[in-house]
Ligand binder design. Structure first.
Ligand code: PXL
Length: 250
């Protein structure tokens, strides 16, 4: 069984973060290993706070796991401080970890700020160049690129900018992008493999009370890469999985 490692925050109510990642890894037949970066306090109504782990804790969680297991893929989520980002980048480099999916988490769906402003800068500078894929949503794209996203041309421009920041491949999740197609809102994701754009579409599922879909998507992609799929197939399989998860959401 391939081992996937998620380096992310804990949502004790099970919607987002590490618990969502474990569900994705398991769904695709991978064994889950975790490093907790922060313990958040939340439920279905919102996020009410967080206590971040020290950099020493995060480093030791990762090192102890890596010393024992061969890691087939890594997903990073909530990396709350500069120091934690730096340690994660160092360990990825030192151990030549492959199939690294970086989800540049900034805020929760409910608007709670999950990471420090300087941590985002560190994610861009240190982790983007080490990532096989980055998976920002539209608000994250706007923060990272400084471009207000209103059209699909804006999305292309932002993708070019993020590639110039060192990201090899970019998946921009269009769920927050209100594009109406023949009267139906679509969940349209923009996958830039290098310069090449692939558009992945599914029908937007209205009214589903869901959290953690971004977490689940990035970890599902990591699991599919761990299973040997190429990037486009990994993203396709992960998107289908998320669409079904949203359709079946409680
Ligand atoms: O969906 C972003 C996210 C990531 N990681 C953790 C979270 C959230 C949103 O609430 O709590 C731990």
């Amino acid at each position: 069984m391939p081992v996937c490692l998620t380096i992310a925050g804990l949502d004790p109510s099970g919607g987002a973060g590490i618990i969502a990642d474990i569900r994705s890894f398991s769904a695709f037949g991978c064994f889950a290993a975790v490093a907790v970066t922060s313990v958040t306090f939340q439920n279905t109504t919102g996020v009410f706070g967080a206590v971040h782990q020290t950099v020493d804790s995060v480093r030791r969680q990762i090192e102890t796991v890596i010393d024992d297991y061969e890691i087939a893929a890594v997903k990073t989520g909530m990396l709350p401080t500069c120091e934690i980002v730096e340690a994660v980048a160092e360990l990825i480099e030192k151990h030549s970890l492959k199939n690294v999916v970086v989800d540049p988490v900034i805020r929760s769906t409910s608007g709670f700020k999950l990471i420090e402003v300087v941590a985002l800068q560190a994610i861009i500078e240190r982790l983007f160049p080490l990532a096989s894929l980055i998976t920002p949503n539209i608000p994250e794209v706007e923060k990272i690129s400084g471009i207000a996203i209103e059209t699909s041309d804006d999305i292309r421009e932002a993708a070019v900018m993020m590639r110039s920041m060192g990201a090899k491949n970019v998946l921009i999740k269009g769920g927050h992008f209100e594009e109406v197609k023949s009267g139906k809102r679509m969940a349209k994701d923009y996958l830039f493999l290098g310069k090449d754009l692939h558009i992945l579409e599914a029908k937007f599922i209205d009214g589903a009370a869901v959290r953690g879909t971004g977490c689940m998507l990035s970890s599902a992609i990591a699991a599919n890469l761990a299973n040997g799929k190429d990037m486009i197939e990994a993203v396709r399989a992960a998107k289908n999985f998320i669409t079904e998860a949203i359709r079946g959401a409680v």
